[in-house]
Each structure stands twice: as C-alpha cells, then as structure tokens.
Ligand binder design. Structure first.
Ligand code: FES
Length: 145
C-alpha cells in the first residue's frame, strides 16, 4: 500500500519539471526580444561626449578657467577670445584638478600647477603636461568636439 502510493506521486513530479523547463524557454525568448530594444539606448551613450554643450563663453573667465568634473575637462581662456581645453586628470597621481587662477590650473592633491595656456607643468610634483582636450566654440557656445 505504501509502495503503491509512491508511484502516482512520481508521475506528477516529472510533469512539473517539464512544465518548468517550458516556462524557462519562454522567458528566454522574451528576454531576447527585450535586448533588441536595449541596443538603441547604447547608441545614445556612444554619441554623448562629442557635441555635448559644456558652457557659454561668458562662463570662462579671461585669464582663468573652469573645471567640468562630469566631463573630466578643464576649459581656460588664457587670452581674450582664446579658449583651450585639457584633461582635468592630474598627470601626477590622477586627482582631478580643482581650479584655475592667475593663468595656472591647480591640482589640490599635491599642489601641482599647469599652464592654462598649453597644459605644461609650472610646478611639480607632476612632470608631464595635462593632456589636451578638444572643444569647439560656436558663437557663445562651447561644446566638446
Ligand atoms: Fe595632482 Fe599629485 S595628483 S599633484
């Protein structure tokens, strides 16, 4: 009697496993459809940096500059109407430079200073110039190029 009752129980258990596998297959098919929609979002990310509006020319003080942390760039105006851009990542140990004043870009970590005109080292401990960054100035708009 005990052994007879086990057999019917085994049958439904097997069917349950098969049904679960079928549901998993359906879920996988739905997931595949979803990833197709996701690819268009990836395209937006790729086209983000170039053409991104950074600032108005009026935001960049003459003889100084401004650090754009989110974009990792520092934009300077070493002479009236001349705009330059550099990577905001200090070449010493990678801190983000924090300010521009009196024609130099300053790193807060160990006090390195870089020329706001060409990124060259004005004061160590950094020994390498800041990498250049590309910007485009159109009218009073400064954008990443
Ligand atoms: Fe900039 Fe050290 S990381 S001075």
């Amino acid at each position: 009697m005990t052994s007879a009752s086990l057999h019917p129980a085994a049958g439904p258990a097997r069917r349950t496993v098969v049904a679960a596998a079928g549901a998993a297959g359906l879920a996988a098919a739905l997931t595949a459809c979803g990833s197709g929609d996701g690819s268009s979002g990836g395209g937006d990310t790729g086209s983000g940096p170039a053409g991104t509006a950074l600032a108005k020319t009026a935001d960049i003080p003459e003889g100084g500059g401004k650090v754009f942390k989110d974009q990792g760039v520092v934009v300077t105006q070493p002479a009236a109407g001349t705009y330059k851009a550099f990577s905001a990542k200090c070449t010493h140990q990678g801190c983000a430079v924090s300010s521009v004043a009196n024609g130099v870009i300053v790193c807060p970590c160990h006090g390195s200073q870089f020329s706001a005109e060409d990124g060259s080292v004005r004061k160590g401990p950094a020994t390498q110039p800041l990498a250049g960054a590309k910007i485009a100035v159109s009218g009073d708009e400064i954008t990443l190029a």
